[in-house]
Design a protein. Structure first.
Length: 427
């Protein structure tokens, strides 16, 4: 940690102390921390092993210091973090290692409206299009403006958000060279009904820098669709459908869709669920000026398409051919502190590829994920995971490696989230 990073933390702590002593109208001030360490054993994670591959073993960690101040009209939130792999820096070298994960202020307006501005995470519905990817040590954050409306009486919410990215403070022009979106806009609504029913809808405009040198104007896709959610008396159901159009960054005409469904029944200590996801993809006869491959944008794909992350980046990880994921989930809760889940995924391409050197059929393989979650207290969580992938020859053409070899992945993760200071003051 360099001196500038240390100064930032000291200033934030001083501000927090002053805030507690100087104001009497705030609801609370909270300072908390999070430490998370995860050791992983990779032998087929993200790509198939080869005959010469060696098993990877490493430990990564994330440490956060979180400040949360709130009164009736204003909320200020900051999350400063250090994310690293153990041993990735030479000793006795002063290397900057802190990041601002979140730093935003929310102003509560009249009639249920609120304005949130600054660096923030967007996590909506089941995270299929906008998620924070909390599994990763570096999560997804946005420098954005968000207008929120909440009507508790009618159980209705509406959010309208937008962002415009820029590098530095240019004198002329808005050229943006980073591999982020150039502009992002979205609208999200949710209405809750009785007995566990709710319907939400989202519309996203995603503006990207053009990769066409002869046509440098920003290209934008639009994605929209509804999500139905049911959770009542042990039954859980999700049904979503999304359409995607517009122009890709390669100036292709986008025409794609995604459908997802999941149903689960929870008993006293057991649960069983079945689900299916379908993401459209290109076909052999797709025009060279068009794309039928659905992009999941800024989703938490680790949550959906197997823990081995073979389809973390869609559509790139399917060679633009789309994805069909049929899965089953079995859960067992032997006690209040232990939970066991087993997921079985059967992966296929949405469309075959018969025009390349290697003819790629649909079936890609089957993945089994086992996750044990142990929570001995409210601030301590321990997780163990083990995964196996049984790949087909078609997966070789998609991800490389040797499908005949055994592909495995395991991890052990400890997460501790203590509250360091909590001060609630009367008005």
């Amino acid at each position: 940690m360099n001196n500038n990073n240390l100064k930032i933390i000291i200033v934030l702590m001083l501000i927090s102390i002053i805030a507690i002593k100087s104001f009497s109208q705030e609801n609370y001030f909270k300072m908390s921390a999070q430490y998370r360490a995860r050791t992983e054993l990779r032998n087929g994670y993200r790509m198939l092993v080869t005959d010469s591959s060696k098993t990877a073993l490493f430990t990564g960690q994330r440490a956060r210091l979180i400040f949360d101040y709130k009164n009736d009209n204003i909320q200020f939130f900051s999350s400063i973090q250090d994310a690293r792999t153990w041993g990735d820096e030479e000793q006795k070298k002063d290397l900057a290692g802190l990041q601002v994960n979140e730093l935003w202020m929310q102003v509560n307006l009249n009639q249920g409206f609120a304005l949130k501005m600054g660096r923030q995470e967007f996590a909506y519905d089941d995270h299929r299009l906008l998620g924070n990817l909390d599994w990763a040590n570096l999560t997804i954050s946005h420098d954005a403006l968000l207008l929120k409306y909440t009507n508790d009486r009618n159980k209705f919410k509406w959010h309208l958000g937008g962002a415009f990215n820029q590098v530095g403070e240019p004198v002329f022009g808005t050229t943006y060279a980073l591999k982020n979106y150039k502009a992002l806009g979205f609208s999200w609504v949710k209405k809750e009904f009785g007995k566990g029913h709710s319907i939400s809808g989202i519309a996203i405009v995603n503006g990207m820098n053009s990769t066409i040198t002869t046509n440098t104007k920003m290209k934008a896709t639009y994605t929209f669709g509804p999500l139905y959610n049911y959770n009542f008396k042990g039954w859980k159901g999700i049904l979503g459908a999304y359409f995607q159009g517009g122009k890709t960054e390669s100036n292709l005409t986008q025409n794609a869709f995604m459908v997802n469904a999941f149903v689960e029944k929870k008993m006293k200590r057991n649960s069983i669920g079945l689900g299916a996801d379908y993401l459209s993809g290109n076909k052999d006869n797709t025009s060279a000026t068009a794309s039928n491959s659905f992009s999941t944008l800024y989703a938490t794909n680790h949550k959906f398409y197997g823990y081995m992350d073979y389809f973390l980046n869609i559509p790139t990880d399917t060679k633009q051919r789309g994805l069909m994921d049929l899965y089953a989930r079995i859960g067992y809760t032997p006690s209040n502190t232990v939970n066991l889940t087993v997921d079985i995924h059967h992966f296929s391409l949405a469309n075959e590829n018969n025009i390349g050197v290697n003819k790629i059929k649909k079936t890609l393989g089957t993945e089994a994920d086992v996750l044990i979650d142990f929570k001995p207290s409210t601030i301590i969580q321990l997780q163990f995971g083990y995964s196996l992938l049984f790949a087909t020859k078609n997966m070789e053409y998609i991800k490389g490696g040797n499908a005949d070899d055994i592909n495995t992945w395991a991890f052990l993760m400890l997460k501790v989230s203590p509250t360091l200071l909590y001060n609630e003051l009367k008005k």
